[in-house]
Design a protein around this ligand. Sequence first.
Ligand code: A3P
Length: 309
Amino acid sequence: MERADSNMDAYSSLPVEKWWGDENLYLWQGFWFRLQYLQATQEVHNHFDAVPSDVILASFPKTGTTWLKALLYSIINRSSRDSLITNNPHELVPSLEVQIYRRDIASAHSPARSPSGGIFNTHIPYQLLPETIKTGECRVVYITRNPKDTFVSLWHFVGNSTKPWPLEMALERFCSGVVPYGSYFDHVLGYWKESLERPKKVFFISYEELKEDPKTHVKRLAEFLGCPFSGEDEEEKEVEEIVRSCSFERLSNLEVNKSSDRPTWLPLPYSSYFRQGGMGDHKNYLDPEMIKRIDTITHEKLHGSGLVF
Ligand code: A3P
Protein backbone atom coordinates (compact mmCIF):
# COMPACT_ATOMS: atom_id res chain seq x y z
CA MET A 1 0.00 0.00 0.00
CA GLU A 2 1.38 3.42 -1.00
CA ARG A 3 0.66 6.86 0.37
CA ALA A 4 -1.32 9.48 -1.58
CA ASP A 5 0.58 11.85 -3.92
CA SER A 6 2.42 14.51 -1.97
CA ASN A 7 0.89 17.40 -3.95
CA MET A 8 -2.60 16.55 -2.68
CA ASP A 9 -1.99 17.86 0.78
CA ALA A 10 -5.37 17.11 2.23
CA TYR A 11 -5.17 13.47 1.26
CA SER A 12 -1.45 12.84 1.42
CA SER A 13 -1.64 10.94 4.66
CA LEU A 14 -4.33 8.54 3.47
CA PRO A 15 -3.48 5.02 2.31
CA VAL A 16 -3.88 4.71 -1.45
CA GLU A 17 -4.17 1.73 -3.81
CA LYS A 18 -4.58 1.28 -7.55
CA TRP A 19 -7.87 -0.29 -8.43
CA TRP A 20 -8.18 -0.12 -12.22
CA GLY A 21 -6.05 1.41 -14.94
CA ASP A 22 -4.14 4.33 -13.50
CA GLU A 23 -6.84 5.29 -11.05
CA ASN A 24 -6.21 5.27 -7.33
CA LEU A 25 -8.61 4.81 -4.46
CA TYR A 26 -8.11 6.45 -1.07
CA LEU A 27 -8.88 4.78 2.22
CA TRP A 28 -10.84 7.09 4.49
CA GLN A 29 -12.29 5.80 7.76
CA GLY A 30 -12.14 2.20 6.61
CA PHE A 31 -13.69 2.62 3.13
CA TRP A 32 -12.21 3.23 -0.34
CA PHE A 33 -13.08 6.32 -2.38
CA ARG A 34 -12.34 7.84 -5.76
CA LEU A 35 -10.68 11.19 -5.23
CA GLN A 36 -13.37 13.17 -7.04
CA TYR A 37 -16.02 12.00 -4.58
CA LEU A 38 -13.96 11.90 -1.41
CA GLN A 39 -14.10 15.59 -0.64
CA ALA A 40 -17.85 15.67 -1.30
CA THR A 41 -18.29 12.59 0.88
CA GLN A 42 -16.50 14.35 3.72
CA GLU A 43 -18.68 17.41 3.21
CA VAL A 44 -21.83 15.32 3.36
CA HIS A 45 -20.48 13.62 6.48
CA ASN A 46 -19.73 16.94 8.16
CA HIS A 47 -22.50 19.22 6.90
CA PHE A 48 -25.59 17.49 5.52
CA ASP A 49 -28.45 18.54 7.71
CA ALA A 50 -31.19 15.95 7.23
CA VAL A 51 -34.72 16.97 8.15
CA PRO A 52 -37.43 14.52 9.25
CA SER A 53 -39.20 14.54 5.86
CA ASP A 54 -36.06 13.56 3.95
CA VAL A 55 -35.81 10.12 2.39
CA ILE A 56 -32.30 8.79 1.84
CA LEU A 57 -31.93 6.08 -0.79
CA ALA A 58 -28.66 4.37 0.06
CA SER A 59 -26.88 1.68 -1.93
CA PHE A 60 -23.60 0.17 -2.97
CA PRO A 61 -23.02 0.92 -6.70
CA LYS A 62 -24.71 -1.42 -9.20
CA THR A 63 -27.21 -2.92 -6.79
CA GLY A 64 -30.37 -1.37 -8.27
CA THR A 65 -30.08 2.30 -7.37
CA THR A 66 -31.55 3.57 -10.66
CA TRP A 67 -34.57 1.29 -10.32
CA LEU A 68 -35.20 2.24 -6.72
CA LYS A 69 -34.86 5.93 -7.61
CA ALA A 70 -37.68 5.50 -10.12
CA LEU A 71 -39.81 3.55 -7.62
CA LEU A 72 -39.35 5.90 -4.66
CA TYR A 73 -39.96 8.94 -6.84
CA SER A 74 -43.18 7.38 -8.17
CA ILE A 75 -44.41 6.23 -4.75
CA ILE A 76 -43.85 9.63 -3.18
CA ASN A 77 -44.86 11.82 -6.15
CA ARG A 78 -47.73 9.74 -7.48
CA SER A 79 -49.29 12.49 -9.55
CA SER A 80 -46.06 13.39 -11.34
CA ARG A 81 -44.95 9.85 -12.13
CA ASP A 82 -44.88 10.79 -15.83
CA SER A 83 -41.73 12.80 -15.15
CA LEU A 84 -39.94 9.49 -15.71
CA ILE A 85 -40.85 9.67 -19.39
CA THR A 86 -38.58 12.62 -20.00
CA ASN A 87 -36.13 12.46 -17.09
CA ASN A 88 -33.59 9.80 -16.27
CA PRO A 89 -34.13 8.68 -12.63
CA HIS A 90 -30.76 10.17 -11.69
CA GLU A 91 -32.14 13.60 -12.61
CA LEU A 92 -35.16 13.14 -10.37
CA VAL A 93 -33.36 11.85 -7.29
CA PRO A 94 -30.00 13.59 -6.90
CA SER A 95 -26.97 12.07 -5.28
CA LEU A 96 -25.56 13.87 -2.26
CA GLU A 97 -21.90 13.27 -3.01
CA VAL A 98 -22.08 13.10 -6.81
CA GLN A 99 -24.31 16.10 -7.52
CA ILE A 100 -25.08 18.23 -4.50
CA TYR A 101 -21.83 18.47 -2.56
CA ARG A 102 -19.28 18.36 -5.39
CA ARG A 103 -17.36 21.57 -5.77
CA ASP A 104 -16.11 20.92 -9.27
CA ILE A 105 -19.48 20.95 -11.02
CA ALA A 106 -21.59 24.00 -11.69
CA SER A 107 -24.81 23.04 -9.93
CA ALA A 108 -23.08 21.56 -6.94
CA HIS A 109 -22.46 22.69 -3.42
CA SER A 110 -25.96 23.61 -2.49
CA PRO A 111 -27.44 21.53 0.27
CA ALA A 112 -30.92 22.75 -0.72
CA ARG A 113 -33.83 20.30 -0.56
CA SER A 114 -34.22 18.36 -3.78
CA PRO A 115 -36.99 19.18 -6.28
CA SER A 116 -38.54 15.79 -5.59
CA GLY A 117 -39.36 16.75 -2.04
CA GLY A 118 -36.31 15.60 -0.20
CA ILE A 119 -35.41 12.27 -1.76
CA PHE A 120 -31.64 11.98 -1.92
CA ASN A 121 -29.39 9.18 -2.96
CA THR A 122 -26.01 8.25 -1.54
CA HIS A 123 -23.45 5.46 -1.86
CA ILE A 124 -21.79 6.56 1.40
CA PRO A 125 -21.49 3.63 3.86
CA TYR A 126 -23.78 3.77 6.89
CA GLN A 127 -20.74 4.08 9.17
CA LEU A 128 -19.87 7.44 7.52
CA LEU A 129 -23.29 9.04 7.23
CA PRO A 130 -23.78 12.38 8.98
CA GLU A 131 -25.18 12.26 12.49
CA THR A 132 -28.34 14.05 11.31
CA ILE A 133 -29.23 10.95 9.29
CA LYS A 134 -28.03 8.41 11.84
CA THR A 135 -29.83 9.83 14.82
CA GLY A 136 -32.50 11.97 13.19
CA GLU A 137 -36.05 11.24 12.13
CA CYS A 138 -35.49 10.93 8.37
CA ARG A 139 -35.99 7.58 6.69
CA VAL A 140 -33.34 5.51 4.94
CA VAL A 141 -34.08 2.90 2.27
CA TYR A 142 -31.15 0.62 1.43
CA ILE A 143 -31.02 -1.70 -1.55
CA THR A 144 -28.51 -4.51 -1.83
CA ARG A 145 -27.91 -7.25 -4.37
CA ASN A 146 -26.34 -10.67 -4.63
CA PRO A 147 -22.56 -9.97 -4.51
CA LYS A 148 -21.83 -12.02 -7.65
CA ASP A 149 -24.34 -10.11 -9.80
CA THR A 150 -23.21 -6.84 -8.21
CA PHE A 151 -19.63 -7.65 -9.12
CA VAL A 152 -20.48 -8.57 -12.72
CA SER A 153 -22.57 -5.43 -13.15
CA LEU A 154 -19.74 -3.31 -11.71
CA TRP A 155 -17.19 -5.02 -13.96
CA HIS A 156 -19.25 -4.19 -17.06
CA PHE A 157 -19.90 -0.63 -15.93
CA VAL A 158 -16.28 0.18 -15.12
CA GLY A 159 -14.98 -1.63 -18.19
CA ASN A 160 -17.29 0.48 -20.35
CA SER A 161 -15.87 3.74 -19.05
CA THR A 162 -12.61 4.01 -20.95
CA LYS A 163 -10.67 0.79 -21.05
CA PRO A 164 -11.51 -2.84 -20.33
CA TRP A 165 -11.05 -4.11 -16.79
CA PRO A 166 -9.60 -7.65 -16.85
CA LEU A 167 -12.03 -9.94 -15.06
CA GLU A 168 -9.45 -11.64 -12.80
CA MET A 169 -8.05 -8.29 -11.73
CA ALA A 170 -11.53 -6.93 -11.09
CA LEU A 171 -12.42 -9.98 -8.99
CA GLU A 172 -9.29 -9.61 -6.91
CA ARG A 173 -10.09 -5.94 -6.24
CA PHE A 174 -13.72 -6.70 -5.38
CA CYS A 175 -12.81 -9.52 -2.99
CA SER A 176 -10.12 -7.46 -1.27
CA GLY A 177 -12.60 -4.60 -0.87
CA VAL A 178 -10.64 -2.13 -3.00
CA VAL A 179 -13.52 -0.77 -5.07
CA PRO A 180 -15.29 2.60 -4.75
CA TYR A 181 -17.27 2.73 -1.47
CA GLY A 182 -15.92 -0.74 -0.63
CA SER A 183 -15.71 -3.09 0.79
CA TYR A 184 -19.08 -4.23 -0.50
CA PHE A 185 -19.44 -6.50 2.55
CA ASP A 186 -18.80 -3.80 5.17
CA HIS A 187 -21.18 -1.54 3.26
CA VAL A 188 -24.01 -4.08 3.30
CA LEU A 189 -23.39 -5.04 6.92
CA GLY A 190 -23.49 -1.43 8.12
CA TYR A 191 -26.99 -0.88 6.76
CA TRP A 192 -28.18 -4.39 7.61
CA LYS A 193 -27.30 -4.02 11.29
CA GLU A 194 -28.91 -0.61 11.47
CA SER A 195 -32.09 -1.89 9.83
CA LEU A 196 -32.33 -4.47 12.63
CA GLU A 197 -31.72 -1.81 15.29
CA ARG A 198 -34.03 0.84 13.84
CA PRO A 199 -36.54 -0.89 11.55
CA LYS A 200 -38.88 2.11 11.56
CA LYS A 201 -36.13 4.32 10.14
CA VAL A 202 -34.01 1.99 8.01
CA PHE A 203 -35.67 -0.20 5.38
CA PHE A 204 -33.48 -2.95 3.93
CA ILE A 205 -34.37 -4.69 0.69
CA SER A 206 -32.58 -6.78 -1.90
CA TYR A 207 -32.73 -6.45 -5.67
CA GLU A 208 -33.78 -10.10 -5.79
CA GLU A 209 -36.74 -9.61 -3.41
CA LEU A 210 -37.88 -6.62 -5.41
CA LYS A 211 -37.56 -8.51 -8.68
CA GLU A 212 -39.50 -11.51 -7.39
CA ASP A 213 -42.47 -9.63 -5.99
CA PRO A 214 -42.36 -5.91 -6.84
CA LYS A 215 -46.01 -5.21 -5.97
CA THR A 216 -45.72 -6.42 -2.40
CA HIS A 217 -42.54 -4.44 -1.84
CA VAL A 218 -43.87 -1.26 -3.41
CA LYS A 219 -46.72 -1.43 -0.87
CA ARG A 220 -44.29 -2.11 1.98
CA LEU A 221 -42.15 0.81 0.88
CA ALA A 222 -45.16 3.13 0.72
CA GLU A 223 -46.16 2.04 4.23
CA PHE A 224 -42.64 2.61 5.53
CA LEU A 225 -42.51 6.05 3.93
CA GLY A 226 -45.77 7.08 5.56
CA CYS A 227 -47.80 7.24 2.34
CA PRO A 228 -49.54 3.83 2.25
CA PHE A 229 -51.89 2.59 -0.45
CA SER A 230 -55.40 2.01 0.82
CA GLY A 231 -55.88 -1.45 -0.70
CA GLU A 232 -58.93 -0.34 -2.70
CA ASP A 233 -59.17 -1.35 -6.35
CA GLU A 234 -58.06 2.04 -7.64
CA GLU A 235 -55.02 1.99 -5.45
CA GLU A 236 -54.16 -1.58 -6.45
CA LYS A 237 -54.13 -0.39 -10.05
CA GLU A 238 -51.88 2.47 -9.04
CA VAL A 239 -49.42 0.01 -7.49
CA GLU A 240 -49.45 -2.08 -10.65
CA GLU A 241 -48.91 1.02 -12.74
CA ILE A 242 -45.92 2.09 -10.63
CA VAL A 243 -44.36 -1.36 -10.98
CA ARG A 244 -44.93 -1.33 -14.73
CA SER A 245 -43.69 2.19 -15.31
CA CYS A 246 -40.47 1.55 -13.35
CA SER A 247 -39.77 -1.87 -14.87
CA PHE A 248 -36.50 -2.47 -16.68
CA GLU A 249 -38.38 -3.17 -19.90
CA ARG A 250 -40.18 0.12 -19.81
CA LEU A 251 -37.44 2.42 -18.49
CA SER A 252 -34.71 1.01 -20.72
CA ASN A 253 -36.86 1.62 -23.79
CA LEU A 254 -37.57 5.27 -23.12
CA GLU A 255 -35.69 7.64 -25.43
CA VAL A 256 -34.23 9.55 -22.49
CA ASN A 257 -32.67 6.38 -21.10
CA LYS A 258 -31.41 5.11 -24.45
CA SER A 259 -29.56 8.36 -24.84
CA SER A 260 -25.80 8.65 -24.99
CA ASP A 261 -26.16 12.05 -23.30
CA ARG A 262 -24.13 12.44 -20.17
CA PRO A 263 -24.47 15.37 -17.79
CA THR A 264 -21.11 16.55 -16.43
CA TRP A 265 -21.70 14.97 -13.03
CA LEU A 266 -22.60 11.48 -14.28
CA PRO A 267 -19.68 9.05 -14.81
CA LEU A 268 -21.29 7.38 -17.88
CA PRO A 269 -24.20 8.12 -20.26
CA TYR A 270 -27.76 7.48 -19.13
CA SER A 271 -27.96 4.32 -21.22
CA SER A 272 -25.15 2.71 -19.18
CA TYR A 273 -27.45 2.40 -16.18
CA PHE A 274 -29.62 -0.11 -18.05
CA ARG A 275 -27.71 -3.20 -19.12
CA GLN A 276 -29.44 -6.52 -18.57
CA GLY A 277 -31.56 -6.02 -15.48
CA GLY A 278 -31.87 -9.66 -14.46
CA MET A 279 -30.81 -12.12 -11.79
CA GLY A 280 -28.00 -14.65 -12.03
CA ASP A 281 -26.11 -13.07 -14.94
CA HIS A 282 -22.86 -13.84 -13.11
CA LYS A 283 -23.18 -17.44 -14.30
CA ASN A 284 -22.48 -16.20 -17.82
CA TYR A 285 -19.14 -14.65 -16.83
CA LEU A 286 -17.68 -16.33 -13.74
CA ASP A 287 -16.15 -19.80 -13.77
CA PRO A 288 -16.79 -22.20 -10.84
CA GLU A 289 -13.57 -21.16 -9.11
CA MET A 290 -14.48 -17.48 -9.26
CA ILE A 291 -17.96 -18.24 -7.96
CA LYS A 292 -16.45 -20.23 -5.11
CA ARG A 293 -14.12 -17.37 -4.27
CA ILE A 294 -16.99 -14.89 -3.89
CA ASP A 295 -19.17 -17.43 -2.06
CA THR A 296 -16.39 -18.16 0.42
CA ILE A 297 -15.74 -14.55 1.25
CA THR A 298 -19.48 -13.85 1.43
CA HIS A 299 -19.85 -16.66 3.96
CA GLU A 300 -16.87 -15.43 6.00
CA LYS A 301 -18.00 -11.81 6.08
CA LEU A 302 -21.73 -12.29 6.64
CA HIS A 303 -21.54 -15.36 8.87
CA GLY A 304 -23.59 -14.83 12.02
CA SER A 305 -25.21 -11.61 10.78
CA GLY A 306 -28.46 -13.28 9.74
CA LEU A 307 -28.06 -11.89 6.23
CA VAL A 308 -27.99 -14.56 3.53
CA PHE A 309 -27.71 -14.24 -0.26
P1 A3P B 1 -27.04 -5.18 -14.67
O1 A3P B 1 -25.72 -4.58 -14.99
O2 A3P B 1 -26.91 -6.51 -13.98
O3 A3P B 1 -27.96 -5.25 -15.83
P2 A3P B 1 -27.33 0.88 -10.29
O4 A3P B 1 -28.57 1.59 -10.69
O5 A3P B 1 -27.16 0.72 -8.82
O6 A3P B 1 -26.14 1.44 -10.97
O7 A3P B 1 -27.50 -0.64 -10.79
C1 A3P B 1 -27.50 -0.93 -12.15
C2 A3P B 1 -28.08 -2.31 -12.34
O8 A3P B 1 -29.51 -2.25 -12.19
C3 A3P B 1 -27.82 -2.81 -13.75
O9 A3P B 1 -27.75 -4.23 -13.61
C4 A3P B 1 -29.08 -2.36 -14.47
O10 A3P B 1 -29.33 -3.03 -15.67
C5 A3P B 1 -30.13 -2.66 -13.42
N1 A3P B 1 -31.37 -1.89 -13.58
C6 A3P B 1 -31.52 -0.61 -14.00
N2 A3P B 1 -32.82 -0.28 -14.03
C7 A3P B 1 -33.52 -1.37 -13.65
C8 A3P B 1 -34.92 -1.65 -13.50
N3 A3P B 1 -35.85 -0.75 -13.77
N4 A3P B 1 -35.26 -2.88 -13.06
C9 A3P B 1 -34.33 -3.82 -12.78
N5 A3P B 1 -33.00 -3.61 -12.92
C10 A3P B 1 -32.59 -2.41 -13.34
